[in-house]
Structure formats: structure tokens, C-alpha cells
Design a protein around this ligand. Structure first.
Ligand code: ADP
Length: 424
């Protein structure tokens, strides 16, 4: 109707310490925010006055102001309201405490704070990491961001974990700049699918992160912010304890769950500072469906970029004889069938060569940096990803979608559980 087509413009005057929250729900809809006066930020990234920011379907946004501001919101948004109760003062105090530790680290040429952010699903862990990183970099720090949340894969694509040096605040369109991320392939949606493999890959990332810290003085003093996934019970809790040890964590920020806070206080040495912090009332719970859509979107963006910054991937053929494809983890054998001296868990990290067949169609393959499959395939980081778009058994070829033209940087490829249907 003509009513729907009319540009919907709303103006909001925000008091100090409040935020405008809105969601863009419907497919194809867009919303635009402009800062008219005052100062405002979105998850720690400052808005430029007069600049129009665009938000696409799926966006869940809070525009926060410390000092008060006036905002214009254009387009069709859902659940739009101003909240006066936010935990931003607490988050800012966390940042201030980390900053004190960085100042001390700088003075004594020691490592800055290694901070682990934990909590159940949908409590704002990724958002808190983003806020803390943005505040750090706005103070001139150069922290490392480590993402262990394989389900979302913020640094690369879902199924991976990785580390990224943060040198400037996240852009509101593209997030943190993805220059030279360090990425490890795990290949599944949740750490529980193969927790033995997940620990191994996470421990390897921890080793390399420690090396990186030592190689750059500024980053060393700035420290690390580590995001985790929402699996916090049973095996998930064990993973958190493992991360605390392998990354030599100094601070743990526990979002929303007092039980988890108490367990960590009980089980970790007292030199680890454990802090309970409330979640924001604005954090939106995501359905299974929207999570899986977000994962798809992430992979699509890896190949095709965003509307503002499109990428043009390549499709080419590879001879099956020129590539070696592996998967990690073999089906378990019953104990009685195991060779002498082999543990039942060993199959979980077994490197299994794959004869290409129709079953790998649409699957993501990680291009490994490993030189020899036997030794270092599990512990090598990856150059990037391709997607299998066709298999021709007669001609013995494989077609792939790739961000880079031929040739691939390596012929050792690792199969991922993730699939991507290329609809372009
Ligand atoms: P987690 O990492 O714990 O799963 P996220 O940080 O990804 O949670 O937050 C879930 C969603 O809630 C994200 O889409 C995020 O943009 C949104 N969100 C976070 N904080 C707020 C807030 N204060 N107001 C509105 N939306 C928010």
C-alpha cells in the first residue's frame, strides 16, 4: 500500500547513558541511522555525525550514548525502543581495569591481560568482545582477538577458529578488518562433535598466539580478548578450563550465569581474576533457523563479499590426481578391534584420505598450509577455503569456487562438514 511505501522517519533524543535498540527483521528490508547531534557509538564504534549508516535484514542494533545525542532512524525496523537500563557502565569499568593491567604490562615489559569471555548462548559474548576491543584500539592499543566460537566463525567462516590483530575499530558495515587472520580448520558446527580434535586445534592456536604476543611489543602489552561458544556444561565446561590453561588466561568475564561463575572460582587458581557481569536486556535470542541462516550468510560473504564491498570469486577445474583431500576423524572401532597400544580416542584425530565422490559435492574444503599430510595437517593453519561445485568422475575433475584464481596455494585440502549452495 502507499502507506507502506512512505519513507518512515523517526527522530530520537537520547539522554546520557541510554541506547536506541532496533532490529531489522523482514528479508529485503533496510534501516538507516544518522547521528544528528551529540556523540554515539554502536558496540564501541563511534558514529560520524551526519553520516548515514545502513543496516540489512538480520541486524540487531543498539546505538548507545554516554553524553546524550539526537538520532534519525529511517526505514522499517522492528521492536524499536530506547532503553535507559544498560550494563555499559559495567562493561566500561571492565575496560578500565584491563587498561590498568596494560599500563602495568607496558611498564614492566610483561604480557598484557589475556581475557576469556564466557557464558551461555545469546548473552552478548561476541558483542562484549567487540566493545572491549573497540575501546582498547580507541586508546591506541593493538590487542589480539581470538574467536573460539566455531558455530559463528567471526574471523573466518563457520567451522574455524582463529586470531586477528585489531588495529582499528570495527567498521559498522564490515566488522573488524580481516587482514591476515590466523585461521585453523576444525570443520564442525559445535565443539562437541569431536571435542578431542577441538581441544587439539585450540591448544595449537594458543601456542601460536603466545608466540605472536612475544613478537610485537605493542600487542604484547595490549593482551588478548578471547570469545568462546555457549557450550558451558559437561564437556563444554572442561573445554573452558582447558582454554584458561592453554591461553594462560588472567581474567575471565562470565556473562549472565552465576553457576558458571561459581564453578570457575572453585576450579581455577586464585591468580585468575573471575568477574561476573550481567547481560544486556537488549541481547536478542536467535532461533536455530536464524543461526543457520547467519552461518550461510557468513560463507556467502566469504566468497561474494557484502553489497557495499562485493567480491568476485573464480570457478575452475582441478584434476583429481593433482589434489589430496583428507578428513579428520574415522568412525570409531570397538575396543576389541583396536590394534595393541591404540586408544579409542585416537580415531578422533586420525587423518583419513578421501577418494573424491559425489558425497563431497557442495562441501567446503580448507586449503591447508601443511607440507606433508602425515605430520602437520592437524596443526597447520589454513590459507583459505574453496567450495566443491561439481565432480566429474568420467573426466576425473573437480570444480571449485575459490576467492583466488588458479592455482591453489597448496594441494592438501581438508573436508569440512559445512556445505554451501552457490545460488549466484
Ligand atoms: P553471543 O555471542 O553470546 O551468542 P551476541 O553478542 O552475538 O551473543 O548477541 C546476540 C545478538 O544480540 C547479536 O545480533 C547482537 O547484535 C545483539 N545485541 C547485543 N547487544 C545488544 C543490545 N544492547 N541491543 C540490541 N541488540 C543487541
Amino acid at each position: 500500500t502507499s502507506e507502506d511505501k512512505k519513507e518512515h522517519i523517526q527522530e530520537f533524543k537520547l539522554d546520557p547513558d541510554s541506547e536506541l535498540r532496533f532490529e531489522v527483521e523482514s528479508k529485503g528490508e533496510k534501516a538507516y541511522v544518522t547521528l544528528k547531534s551529540g556523540l554515539a557509538e554502536i558496540f564501541g564504534t563511534e558514529l560520524v555525525k551526519g553520516k548515514q549508516y545502513e543496516f540489512l535484514a538480520g541486524a540487531k542494533v543498539a546505538v548507545f550514548t554516554w553524553k546524550g545525542c539526537c538520532l534519525e532512524l529511517k526505514g522499517k525496523t522492528d521492536v524499536t525502543y530506547v532503553a535507559k537500563e544498560t550494563p555499559m557502565v559495567i562493561y566500561c569499568n571492565c575496560h578500565a581495569a584491563l587498561e590498568l593491567m596494560r599500563i602495568e604490562a607496558e611498564r614492566e615489559n610483561k604480557k598484557g591481560p589475556i581475557t576469556l569471555v564466557v557464558g551461555p548462548c545469546d548473552v552478548g559474548k561476541s558483542t562484549l568482545c567487540q566493545i572491549l576491543l573497540n575501546y582498547a584500539v580507541r586508546m591506541g592499543r593493538r590487542p589480539l582477538f581470538v574467536d573460539l566460537d566455531v558455530g559463528q566463525g567471526q574471523i573466518s567462516i563457520p567451522g574455524t577458529i582463529g586470531a586477528l590483530l585489531i588495529e582499528r575499530p570495527a567498521s559498522l558495515d564490515e566488522g573488524f578488518s580481516q587482514e591476515a587472520p590466523l585461521v585453523y580448520q576444525y570443520g564442525h558446527k559445535t565443539p562437541s562433535t569431536n571435542s578431542t580434535l577441538f581441544s587439539m586445534v585450540a591448544n595449537q592456536l594458543a601456542c601460536v598466539v603466545k608466540e605472536r604476543l612475544e613478537s610485537n611489543k605493542k600487542t604484547k602489552a595490549s593482551g588478548v580478548i578471547i570469545n568462546t561458544c555457549g557450550w558451558i556444561k559437561g564437556g563444554g565446561y572442561k573445554q573452558l578450563i582447558n582454554h584458561a590453561k592453554s591461553f594462560e588466561v588472567d581474567v575471565i568475564l562470565v556473562l549472565d550465569q552465576e553457576r558458571l561463575y561459581n564453578e570457575l572460582v572453585r576450579d581455577l587458581p586464585s591468580f585468575v581474576k573471575i568477574v561476573f557481569i550481567p547481560k544486556s536486556g537488549g541481547v536478542v535470542e536467535r532461533s536455530k533457523n536464524s543461526r543457520s541462516e547467519a552461518r550461510d550468510q557468513r560463507i556467502r560473504e566469504y566468497f561474494y563479499g557484502t553489497p557495499k564491498n562485493p567480491l568476485y570469486p573464480h570457478t575452475f577445474e582441478l584434476k583429481l590426481s593433482d589434489v589430496k583431500i583428507f578428513k579428520i576423524g574415522a568412525p570409531p572401532l570397538p575396543d576389541s578391534c583396536l590394534p595393541l597400544g591404540m586408544k579409542a580416542e585416537d580415531h578422533l584425530t586420525k587423518i583419513v584420505p578421501i577418494t573424491p565422490n559425489a558425497a563431497i559435492l557442495h562441501h567446503i574444503l580448507a586449503v591447508s598450509y601443511a607440507k606433508k599430510e602425515e605430520d602437520d595437517l592437524l596443526l597447520s593453519h589454513v590459507a583459505g577455503f574453496v567450495c566443491v561445485t561439481n565432480i566429474d568422475m568420467e573426466r576425473q575433475t573437480l570444480s571449485v569456487l575459490s576467492p583466488q584464481p588458479k592455482p591453489l596455494p597448496n594441494n592438501i585440502l581438508l573436508l569440512s562438514e559445512f556445505q554451501f549452495m552457490d545460488s549466484h
